[in-house]
Design a protein around this ligand. Structure first.
Ligand SMILES: [Zn+2]
Length: 207
């Protein structure tokens, strides 16, 4: 699980929330483009351009297709958190690359949440709750970790496409064809798909 190095609430969102009055209450989706754009770009930077769950690279120019704004605690059950910045992340799009409904990540998780048995997407703690095998499979670092098992199940982190992608990346690293520097652009502060796993594999942390 990729997770995020979460920052403070962006100023534009803060000002928008402060406009609350008896006549108007903030609600999701954001009704102002500047608020939406700033939230989106802050989330993107905090997550180094990757899906908060699987770690695939997102494309900000293609909303809906490659990403959506994800409510970690789902709006349906936690409506009061629908505009709370700490509850917002970016996750893969609602459709997969073949145009079918996505079978992984936030779209798959939908309204599921378990207050007692989950892994919060705080990097690097969340990544360390999972152990990655050379064949790309994933399991809890600690056997029987119910939170980690729940995330694997509800995000489908064990989906065959993700397993194959992760295996391919690890083969390139272990084969000496690429190293962690190929997955991190320090100038742009953005990462390539699965960079968090590459860094974990070589015993480092993604900046
Ligand atoms: Zn994803």
């Amino acid at each position: 699980m990729k997770g995020s190095r979460k920052g403070p609430t962006p100023p534009t969102l803060l000002a928008w929330l402060d406009d609350a009055s008896p006549d108007w209450q903030p609600a999701y989706p954001f009704d102002r483009k500047d608020v939406r754009d700033e939230v989106r770009s802050c989330l993107f930077v905090e997550q180094r351009g990757l899906c908060v769950y699987c770690g695939r690279r997102l494309d900000l120019a293609r909303p809906g297709e490659t990403y959506h704004i994800e409510h970690f605690r789902p709006q349906r059950h936690y409506n009061a958190l629908s505009t709370t910045y700490s509850n917002l992340f970016l996750s893969c799009g609602q459709k997969d690359e073949h145009g079918k409904p996505s079978q992984t990540c936030g779209a798959k998780k939908a309204d599921w949440f378990d207050e007692d048995q989950h892994v919060h997407p705080t990097y690097p703690n969340c990544t360390q709750r999972f152990r990655l095998m050379l064949n790309g499979s994933i399991e809890p670092t600690i056997d029987g970790d119910g939170g980690a098992l729940n995330m694997i199940k509800h995000l489908r982190l064990d989906h065959p496409e993700l397993v194959k992608d992760r295996s391919d990346v690890l083969m390139l690293i272990d084969g000496g064809y690429l190293d962690e520097s190929d997955f991190w652009d320090a100038g742009e502060q953005l990462a390539q798909s699965y960079a968090h796993l590459v860094f974990q594999h070589v015993g480092r942390l993604l900046p």
